[in-house]
Design a protein around this ligand. Structure first.
Ligand code: EPU
Length: 436
């Protein structure tokens, strides 16, 4: 498969896409399987690169993984776990940040864990300080080696009281995956409460964990000495749904996202409606369409759940280039998630970036010189260009821009998009896109 795609734009995308499980839940649920002494079964699993990466990381640790792609069922037999080598982990993980989440379960089951140098999408620095602080507080001993960080728990792991300075998704998951089998009670304040985290909590409960979530972003976990496997159906990928919805809007199209679940998409649907997009919630999915006439500009701030998620921002910004007037976007989750707009400007968009917080939300980046606010002036016709994908969501956004543009664009480095968008080439073709 080549790492570039030619997209001839100017056509409305029309038809249906099937959206399966959420990348950002499925990968964590697969890690959670490590905690169970019996086999786990995960359903509605999409065929994406991140699933392959986690499957190979589990296999390296002795898990027998069976993935039936068509039915989307992954069965994980954890009866024979073994430690893995840092170099092998690094080789299989590539730039994924998942190895950090294996630590708690591996410390419980094997007594040791290794974290190779981590990458993830290039969105700012993406540090792991929250994760290490949590693991150390539970009693993990972290030693630096030439191949990465080596963790052990000579005295076992004990429950902690912890407050996050920012409701990080990964750090909340780290704490959950470690606390469920730690000795005693753990409390977490200022936790992330994304739907993917709620689904992880449901999964862990099926395994035998005792977890309660309060309305004030606090979570209490009573540690148990052993857990069993689970059988669970993943929630739908709400980021993929938002991406197809934005593609429908930017191209003047009409897309039915089969599998989309309204209950996880509230803030997106509100925003989509304010921009002037049409949607219709059906029993088996959501139809998104451009109802005709001009789109409206909006002021938008990304936020942790239940706010407008950062991963929806990039695809929607492409649609906002077609709204009449000035839209304002304040990105408060990542310091560097607006850099992708330079390529949109190259295609004819008018997006100006600002260091200031253009919104009333107190944000960590206001004083730090990061260009994390954008003013988008529209509507601007887009024209084809040669563009290189910078990260997963930025990459899909470039595809949307190319689909909305006149002429044939070449989008390179598209392999990244396979990390989170199942069969995106086939889905685009089915929707009438001209790609080769
Ligand atoms: N942060 C720290 N220190 C840490 C961890 C995070 O400062 O140790 C900061 C980050 O730099 C960022 C903020 O906290 O500014 C939020 O990061 P978070 O930990 O919430 O993100 P994550 O767990 O690394 C997950 C998703 C992201 C999604 C974010 C926010 C996965 C695998 N990734 O990342 O998804 O954007 O939560 O919702 O679940 C994507 O799917 O394209 C993607 C980037």
């Amino acid at each position: 498969m080549t790492d570039s795609i030619r997209v001839t734009g100017g056509r409305a995308l029309q038809g249906e896409v099937h959206v399966r499980g959420a990348k950002n839940f499925v990968s964590k649920a697969m890690v959670a399987a490590l905690l169970g002494s019996t086999t786990s079964t995960l359903r509605n699993v999409p065929k994406i690169l991140d699933v392959d990466i986690v499957a190979s990381l589990l296999s390296l640790h002795g898990v027998k993984v069976n993935y039936d792609v068509d039915s989307g069922v992954v069965v994980m037999d954890t009866s024979d776990l073994t430690p893995a080598d840092a170099v092998d982990i690094a080789k299989h993980a590539g730039s994924s940040r998942i190895p950090i989440l294996l630590c708690g379960p591996l410390l419980h089951r094997l007594g040791t864990a290794v974290i190779p140098d981590l990458g993830g999408c290039r969105i700012g620095d993406r540090p792991i300080d929250f994760h290490l602080e949590i693991l150390k507080k539970f009693g993990a001993v972290v030693e630096e080696g030439p191949d990465g960080l080596h963790l052990s728990a000579p005295n076992g792991l004990r429950g902690i009281k912890h407050e996050l300075s920012y409701p990080s998704v990964g750090a909340t998951e780290q704490l959950l995956l470690t606390a469920v089998m730690a000795d005693g009670i753990t409390t977490l304040h200022n936790a992330a409460v994304e739907p993917e985290i709620k689904d992880l909590i449901d999964t862990l409960q099926k395994m035998g964990a005792i977890i309660s979530v309060d309305t004030d972003r606090s979570i209490t976990i009573e540690g148990v000495s052993s857990l069993v496997g689970y059988d669970h159906v993943s929630l739908a990928d709400r980021i993929e749904v938002g991406s197809w919805a934005s593609a429908a809007l930017a191209t003047g199209g009409d897309i039915f996202a089969r599998g989309a679940q309204q209950r996880h998409m509230g803030s997106f649907l509100n925003t989509f409606r304010k921009v002037g997009g049409g949607f219709e919630v059906k029993p088996d999915g959501i139809r998104f369409f451009h109802p005709g006439g001009p789109l409206k500009p909006i002021a938008l701030q990304t936020d942790v759940h239940p706010g407008f998620m950062t991963d929806w921002q990039q695809p929607l910004v492409v649609a906002l280039t077609q709204a009449t007037g000035l839209s304002i976007v304040h990105e408060t989750v990542y310091e560097n998630r607006l850099g992708f707009t330079a390529a949109l400007n190259q295609m004819g968009a008018q997006v100006q970036l600002f260091r200031e917080c253009l919104g009333d939300k107190q944000c960590r980046f206001g004083q730090l010189n990061f260009k994390h606010s954008a003013v988008i002036s529209g509507p601007t016709p887009l024209k084809a260009a040669e563009i290189e994908v910078p990260d997963l969501r930025g990459g899909f956004s470039y595809l949307i821009a190319a689909l909305a543009a006149e002429g044939t664009s070449t989008v390179t480095n598209i392999g990244i998009i396979d990390r989170g968008y199942e069969n995106f080439r086939a889905k685009l073709t089915d929707l009438g896109a001209v790609i080769d």
